[in-house]
Ligand binder design. Structure first.
Ligand SMILES: [Zn+2]
Length: 787
């Protein structure tokens, strides 16, 4: 999800890491130290290669739900039967469920620990609206029945978590069936910073509903963490168990419903014409309207007192959400997957207020995501993919269905004519958010990562894939997220923490969980591993963990295991520290091989000596024709005045001849090696060790791209020298010529140094306040006013 609402408290803790191995002499920093000491020990559930082990297990939870949406009361009333299948080797005595709606209660941890960050003088209207709504109404789940086989169950509620005590211990392999009835007030999505809810439309008085995190659902129980039941504070999303869903949704009779799963009773809820249009859409070459714009406008004019029940089934999903409104325009398009030839229905639901924009881009962006993500990871595993213009500002994902923002701007001209426009930001914002949220159906809805703990595993990996899809949409797509430059302000700021930080403690959720890992993975692909090795390893990670639950170590280990590239330094630097990239070219030394021949070397040394001895005083004396003593008494001149230290002596010649005699032919040959030697010295200012990417320009005008692996830093992470042996002279060297390293300071990236080009803007100094004039001008205006 990419919704940034109210910022919650962020506690920074310095991790107390094992210090068993320490550098206690000198200042050597081992940036290549292997990560094992920080990773969980491999076992039968998760192997050292990063793959699921032979005894890997996960729980299964199946739901049968009946739910009714009351649009007048804006409430949800539901009844569910849950079958919990214990596939773990452990006997369980209680179950934990998530009650996500409870986070809107004024007694919730989320609300009570909300920190205003010194905002006492200024507050956003939207923040006060959230505070006011929370105080004004009762929010959260109202549970009316918690039973198993007709008998009440003991349970306890702790904020957004609920423990159900099992009547008898649940053995490995056994299952437990129980029922919960509930209701709750639906929050207004934008006002409450919710991931679902309703959005009211003033013009016609109708709502758009996106109903999410709406039923009591089982928390995850895993081999690595036990129960995953950290409280829901609003930021760290969730992880759940896979299972099968059978859901009957009762809504006003004129509503259109989009949902996780496949519709079971089209005949009861869709007209013959709508069913025909859907059929046509399966094989059409572009999206087809199932409900047209005109029909939607007609539909929203009058309400309905009847109800209809839409029946959906979804297999092997880890959650369930749905959307409902009488305002919906509906377009659909069958997208054929290249490997299996299976057809996925890409569909969008949006009100008139989202046109013209959504009708052009939403379903196309879904199809584009299915096309690109399926190539980089695995084929889209579900039958449908929805993009709904929902009641939240950014976007939010659930299996097969996503809620996305970005409406058009509707204004009125002076003569009352309506104008509909959208900004560049809105256009690309919509395409990007659809790619992003549909992308989440792969990660984490299929590769079941845990955002309550590790936001980067779905937001970062998904933002990375999003950047690949965006680059395939059009050239120079304004993809803000994966550009290396975008992450530099965050990576150089003191207000940050490592990517490996639990979700709710992250400082700067956007740059930390989305941008930095997306940039890191792009660097891994383009600069460190190369596309071929990276893509193979990433496919392997996706394949291994599809419909399973990986943790960070499983990703780190798989990427190495499948590529034969030691990446511990990369994970360590980018994911475990707050170092940034700033590599400087400190200097270049140009050298040639010393021949040892006095006839060659002595004149070179003489020239060097003369250069070094150049001195302004001597120069001015010579210019002014100063008379020296030896000019007045020439007999003071002797041998040393006629011969400098660089004359070639017989002794030197003999020494050279005897040195040659002691050399083998191939050694003698090397003394004549005529190449130019360039020692380029680099300094690591930012802390992150990185590959060196150089554009070398030669005196003859030609260019060479030089790439040096990060391992050059393995013995000295602060300064290194790279030797280039070339048979032509170098004119200039530029570090990171294609902006791939996220280097924070480019002023030190060139030899010889280059000026930074800029434009200086002229401005006038502001005059100070003239109260007398202000009053006079004001009264002059007031005089005029009555005219
Ligand atoms: Zn996301």
């Amino acid at each position: 999800m990419r919704f940034f609402g109210i910022i919650l408290a962020a506690l920074v803790a310095v991790p107390a890491q094992g210090e068993a191995i320490q550098q206690t002499k000198g200042s050597f920093e081992d940036k290549f130290r292997q990560l094992e000491e920080h990773l969980p020990t491999p076992n039968v559930y998760r192997t050292g290669s990063g793959a699921p082990g032979h005894a890997y297990w996960q729980q299964e939870v199946d739901y049968k739900i009946k739910v009714a949406l009351d649009e007048h009361a804006r409430t949800i009333t539901g009844s569910e039967t849950i079958v919990y299948q214990n596939n773990s080797p452990d006997t369980l005595t209680y179950l934990w469920l998530q009650l996500d709606q409870n986070r809107f209660s004024k007694h919730s941890d989320a609300y009570e620990t909300m920190e205003m960050g010194g905002a006492e003088k200024k507050m956003r209207y939207t923040t006060l609206r959230y505070l006011a709504r929370t105080e004004q109404q009762e929010w959260g789940f109202n549970l009316t029945r918690v039973q198993s086989a007709g008998a009440d169950l003991n349970f306890a509620i702790s904020d957004t978590m609920m423990r159900i005590d099992l009547p008898k211990p649940l053995k490995p392999g056994a299952s437990f069936t129980f029922d919960i009835d509930w209701n709750y007030n639906i929050p207004e999505g934008k006002a409450m910073g919710a991931r679902g809810g309703y959005q009211p439309y003033e013009r016609d008085g109708n709502d758009v509903y996106f109903i999410a995190q709406w039923f009591p659902r089982l928390a995850a129980y895993t081999d690595l963490q036990g129960w995953e039941h950290k409280q829901f504070l609003g930021t760290g999303e969730f992880t759940l168990e896979f299972g099968d869903y059978d859901v009957e949704i009762t809504v006003p009779g004129d509503h259109i419903v989009g949902s996780t799963g496949e519709l079971q009773n089209a005949k009861d809820v869709l007209s013959k014409e709508q069913r025909d249009r859907l059929k046509k859409a399966e094989t059409a070459d572009r999206p087809v309207f199932v409900v047209t714009h005109e029909e939607a406008l007609e539909n929203e004019k009058e309400g309905s007192s009847s109800t209809k029940t839409w029946h959906f089934k979804a297999d092997n999903v880890r959650d369930f959400a749905f959307a409902s409104s009488r305002k919906f325009v509906w377009d659909a398009w069958g997208v054929k997957l290249p490997d299996s030839n299976r057809t996925v229905m890409a569909m969008s639901l949006y009100p008139d207020e989202a046109m013209p924009l959504w009708d052009k881009y939403s379903t196309q962006a879904i199809a584009h995501t299915l096309d690109t993500y399926s190539r980089y990871s695995f084929e889209y595993p579900y039958p449908v993919a929805w993009s709904v213009h929902g009641p939240i500002g950014g976007g939010m994902e659930y299996p097969m269905i996503t809620s996305n923002g970005y409406p058009v701007e509707i204004t009125k001209d002076k003569d009352g004519t309506e104008q509909r426009t959208y900004s560049r930001r809105t256009k690309y914002g919509l395409i990007s958010v659809v790619i992003h949220e549909i992308g989440h159906i792969y990660f984490p809805m299929t590769v079941n990562t845990d955002e309550r703990n590790w936001a980067w595993m779905d937001e970062g990996i998904n933002s990375f894939l999003q950047s690949l899809a965006e680059r395939e949409w059009e050239a120079n797509y304004p993809a803000r997220r994966a550009m290396t430059g975008g992450v530099i302000p965050y990576m150089t700021s003191p207000d940050q923490n490592p990517i490996m930080t639990q979700s709710d403690s992250i400082i700067g959720y956007g740059p930390n969980a989305y941008t930095k890992p997306a940039v890191a993975l792009n660097i891994l692909r383009e600069t460190v591993m190369g596309r071929e090795l990276f893509d193979f390893a990433f496919h392997e990670y996706s394949r291994r963990w599809k419909f399973k639950r990986p943790y960070p170590a499983d990703f780190f280990r798989t990427m190495e295991d499948a590529s034969a590239v030691d990446l511990d330094w990369f994970w360590r630097g980018w994911f475990y520290t707050t170092d940034h990239v700033d590599i400087a070219i400190k200097g270049v030394t140009h050298a040639r091989i010393n021949t040892g021949d006095p006839n060659v070397e002595n004149p070179i040394n003489r020239e060097k000596d003369q250069k070094e001895k150049t001195y302004i005083g001597e120069m001015r004396d010579a210019q002014s024709g100063t008379q020296r003593r030896v000019d007045r008494f020439p007999d003071l001149l002797d041998f040393y005045n006629e011969n400098d230290d660089f004359i070639v002596t017989e002794k030197q010649k003999k020494a050279y001849a005897s040195k040659l005699k002691g050399l083998k032919d191939w050694e003698k040959e090397l003394l004549k090696f005529g190449h130019e030697l360039y020692f380029i010295e680099f300094e690591n200012i930012g802390g992150l060790v990185m590959p060196l990417v150089l554009d070398v320009e030669y005196e003859d005008g030609s260019h060479e791209e030089v790439r040096v692996a990060a391992e050059i830093w393995r013995e000295n992470a602060k300064t290194v020298s790279k030797l280039l042996v070339r048979n032509k002279a170098i004119k200039s060297v530029t570090l990171d010529p294609y902006n791939e390293l996220a280097d924070a300071d480019v002023n030190n990236n060139s030899w010889p140094a280059k000026p930074v080009m800029s434009r200086v803007e002229l401005y006038k100094r502001e005059t100070s306040r003239n109260l007398m004039k202000e009053v006079l001008d004001g009264s002059a205006e007031m005089d005029k006013a009555p005219e």
